[in-house]
Structure formats: C-alpha cells, structure tokens
Design a protein around this ligand. Structure first.
Ligand SMILES: CC(C)(COP(=O)(O)OP(=O)(O)OC[C@H]1O[C@@H](n2cnc3c(N)ncnc32)[C@H](O)[C@@H]1OP(=O)(O)O)[C@@H](O)C(=O)NCCC(=O)NCCS
Length: 196
C-alpha cells in the first residue's frame, strides 16, 4: 500500500521539474497527441508562485498539474495534468484535478475555468466537476494562451480553422452558472490517501 500526498507544490519540488516534463513528453509521444509544451523555467516559476499541484509518494513523483490565468484573470486553466504510469488507474488524476479545481475556485472565485483536451479521462473528470463542452469562441481570446498551442503537432489544424476548432474539445466551468451550488469546501493545504 502506498500513501499518496497531494499538495500545492513548493520550493522542495523544483528538483522534480525534469521528471515532470519527461513524464509529460513520453506520455504525449505514446498517445501520439499534441500538447502545449512548457519549458523547465516555466514549470519552476509555476511552482514558486504556488500555482502548481503535485502528488508525491514519499520521495517518488506521482502526479502534477499547474494553474494558468488568462484575459486578466477572467479565465483560469488547470493544465499539464500528468500521472506517472505506475500510479495510474487509482483515481489519482481525479483527486489532483479536484484539488486544483477547489484551489483555483478559492484563488479566483469569479473566473471561468476552462481546458482544452483530447483525452477521455480529462473529459470525464472535468464533466463531473461541472465543466460543459463549448465552442472555442467561448474560451479566452488571450493570444498568449493560443500561442501555447504552437508546440502542438496539430497546430496547423487550429490555424487552418481560424482558431475556431481543432482536435481538442473545449470544456468550460462558468461560476455564474453554478451560483446555487454550495460554496467550494475549505481547501485543505494537502490531502493524503492510500492506494493498493
Ligand atoms: C490521463 C491520466 C492523467 C489519467 O490518470 P489516472 O489517475 O489513471 O486517472 P483516473 O484514475 O483519475 O481516471 C479518471 C476517469 O477516467 C477514466 N480513464 C482513465 N484513463 C483513461 C483512458 N486512457 N481512456 C478513457 N478513460 C480513462 C477512468 O476510468 C476514470 O473513470 P471513472 O471515474 O468513471 O472511474 C494519465 O493516464 C496520464 O497521465 N496520461 C498521460 C498524460 C495525459 O493524457 N494527460 C491528459 C492530457 S489532456
């Protein structure tokens, strides 16, 4: 049995940046899908800003995602989700996403949360969180966000479609549509659980 801890990443996790990026790159190559590639400096900065969530099994890296803001913080994305292969299939991605969702909602309560994904697991997880599929026009028009797609193998498809559609599905959580939902639970600074 392994104890997994999910928490907001801090300085002590900077040594895992290369492992995180390698794990993301290997997974993308295996799936044959595109990703918005991020540099080690970018991920390090996210960690130092308290905008990254990490899952650890003692000293072993288990999972990760980071938080980005766009359009003057009107839009928030929880991106770069990765679970190390040996920890997959235990709902760790679900827990990381839930953690990042509550953390993002607390930091940016008025912001719309969104994601672009071609992955079935993320579609499932985000749908359970209250995201709905939308057209690309309903996402941020912040050029800096769309520039992130330049490193994706499908960027030519996006360009050809005038940035209106691509391989990915757009998912959006609009807090204005959830005003009757109960307030997000107080976000713990970390959560621990056990997998077999
Ligand atoms: C995708 C990934 C994050 C899933 O991690 P995980 O911890 O195994 O996921 P979970 O166990 O939380 O699965 C969540 C749900 O998605 C389903 N699921 C998981 N992987 C799936 C897959 N490859 N295809 C379809 N459904 C999948 C699970 O069955 C689960 O459904 P349930 O809630 O109905 O039981 C992990 O496989 C990974 O890191 N892959 C490589 C990177 C990647 O694809 N990132 C996503 C970028 S969009």
């Amino acid at each position: 049995m392994d104890n997994i801890e999910i928490l907001v990443a801090n300085e002590s996790h900077i040594k895992y940046v290369d492992t995180i990026l390698d794990t993301i790159e290997i997974a993308a190559a295996k799936r044959g899908t595109g990703i918005a590639k991020r540099s080690p400096d970018y991920i390090q900065q996210k960690i130092l800003e308290g905008k990254a969530i990490v899952a650890m099994c003692d000293d072993d890296f288990a999972g990760f995602c980071y938080i980005e803001t766009w359009s003057n913080k009107h839009f928030v994305a929880n991106s770069g989700l990765i679970v190390a292969p040996k920890y997959q299939g235990h709902h760790l991605a679900t827990r990381i996403k839930n953690f990042a969702f509550n953390y993002s909602r607390k930091m940016y309560p008025e912001a719309k949360l969104f994601g672009l994904t071609s992955g079935a697991a993320v579609m499932k997880i985000n749908t359970k969180l209250g995201y709905v599929p939308v057209t690309f026009e309903q996402l941020t028009d912040d050029q800096a966000f769309w520039n992130g797609c330049k490193s994706c193998v499908n960027y030519d498809v996006l360009e050809r479609n005038d940035f209106k559609r691509c391989i990915c599905t757009a998912l959006l959580y609009d807090p204005a549509k959830h005003i009757d939902d109960k307030k997000p639970v107080e976000q713990p600074t970390k959560t621990v659980f056990t997998i077999d």
